[in-house]
Design a protein around this ligand. Structure first.
Ligand code: PMT
Length: 402
């Protein structure tokens, strides 16, 4: 019986868009309701052609919303804002190419699209459309873009479609959609008692006040890890070198520039951390003879003397008591050998190694791939995927072993 109430106290806004699979929304409402969820349905104008709101009102026990200007909540409330705030999650099923494209572009021209724009809760799309539409590069790029922003997608299935074509684009099974929503709520709380420390981005080693040595790290990998942990309920300290990307919401962000500054901040935060993801690309060497004033180009050659920076991760490995250390390794050859050496030498629990010479992985790219090694000798191959998806996989692999 415990399972029957897994969604009790959860508010779900179900968005239904205009596709033949809209009739399955009735079953989705019914099954989510049986799991204890509160459901409010928002329909697009086109969805009204496929299923009668009365069915959904009866099943959900709530009014169905489809007109921005007809207030079905209290007369003084603005529906899309109230619904957006009320939702613990928004599920769009079926989701047409149109609603996905509108979300990608930030278009808010009806009640459903305005609610999607206004919510700060997770939005999960369950696409359903003709195969050629689904595989259209525009739709694929919209899906990839939204995934990168943290929107989630329940993959459609292959089968005979309403138009008679065979292929991908069939709405996922209702039971799978319901399970996805249940798993989502489990996932959002599975790190709720954890403190996580993440480092991201490059460091800068100054030659003089206006010049520095650095590397191309964008911070995308580390920010994705931080975002995923925060979404799963962790308290996240993110120590970041200089980046141009938007920091994830809900994390404690500490900006640093040099390896020394990163060392100091990480050491200060380490005692309260339970897991450390060390994805920053830290400069191994700093400039010993840093000039106080801007250097003038008076000579044809110039010598810089470099000295080793503190190895932050190695120091964490020395100091650790029961913290879990996840190191990252950026390599261009013999990647496994070097990664395993770092795992040992820095006393790590995990190391993720990426081959940064690949076109589709490493610095700056939106995608990454690599291998996660564990202290116990496990080897998990992680194929190319968006950095956010990879962050989810790395976090999953770490959590299931600790
Ligand atoms: O930021 P992006 O553009 O998304 O790129 C992601 C990434 C390629 C930077 C990331 O996936 C990655 O590989 N990060 C580790 C980069 C790195 O410094 O690797 P390394 O092999 O040189 O160092 C090994 C580990 O020791 C790292 O966890 C590093 O943070 C740590 N280290 C290194 C030197 C140092 N002085 N102190 C450290 O803590």
């Amino acid at each position: 019986m415990k399972n029957s109430y897994q969604l009790s106290n959860k508010n779900i806004v179900l968005g239904i868009t205009g596709g033949i699979a809209a009739y399955k929304a009735a079953d989705i409402v019914s099954k989510l309701k049986k799991e204890g969820a509160q459901i409010k349905v928002v329909m697009t104008k086109n969805a009204l052609n496929f299923i009668n709101p009365l069915t959904l009102e009866t099943l959900s026990g709530n009014p169905v919303y489809y007109d921005t200007f007809e207030h079905r909540l209290n007369a003084w409330e603005i529906d899309h804002i109230s619904l957006a705030k009320w939702a613990d999650v928004m599920l769009i099923a079926p989701a047409t190419a149109n609603i996905i494209s509108k979300a990608r572009c930030g278009i808010a021209d009806d009640l459903l699209s305005t609610t999607i724009m206004a919510t700060t809760s997770k939005v999960i799309f369950a696409p359903a459309m003709n195969t050629n539409m689904l595989h259209n590069p525009i739709v694929q790029s919209n899906i990839a873009y939204l995934k990168d922003l943290g929107y989630e997608f329940i993959s459609s299935e292959s089968g005979i479609l309403a138009c008679g074509d065979f292929g991908d684009g069939k709405l996922a099974k209702v039971d799978d959609i319901v399970k996805y929503v249940k798993d989502f709520f489990l996932r959002t709380t599975d790190m709720s008692n954890m403190n996580v420390l993440v480092t991201a981005g490059p460091t800068r080693e100054y030659i003089d006040p206006v010049r520095y040595i650095s590397n191309p790290s964008s911070g995308k990998m580390g920010y994705s890890i931080a975002q995923v942990c925060a979404e799963r309920g962790a308290t996240v300290d993110l120590v970041s070198g200089p980046t141009h990307i938007t920091p994830p919401t809900g994390v404690n962000l500490y900006r640093v520039e040099t390896a020394r500054e990163m060392y100091d901040k990480v050491m200060e935060l380490f005692p309260r951390a339970q897991i450390v993801f060390k994805s920053a690309a830290v400069g191994d060497y700093g400039v010993e003879n840093k000039a106080k004033h801007k250097l003038k180009k008076t000579k044809d050659t110039m010598e810089l003397k470099l000295k080793k920076n503190p190895d932050i991760l190695k120091e964490l490995g020395n100091q650790k008591t029961n913290q879990i250390l996840v190191g990252f390794a950026a390599e261009t050859r013999d990647i496994e050998e070097y990664a395993l050496k770092k795992l040992q030498e820095k006393n790590l629990d995990f190391i993720f190694v990426n081959d940064v010479s690949r076109e589709d992985a490493g610095f700056e790219r939106d995608t990454n791939a690599g291998i996660l090694f564990t202290r116990e000798g496990d080897r998990v191959e992680l194929p190319v995927q968006t950095k956010r998806e990879l962050a989810c996989r790395i976090v999953d692999e770490v959590l299931k072993r600790i």
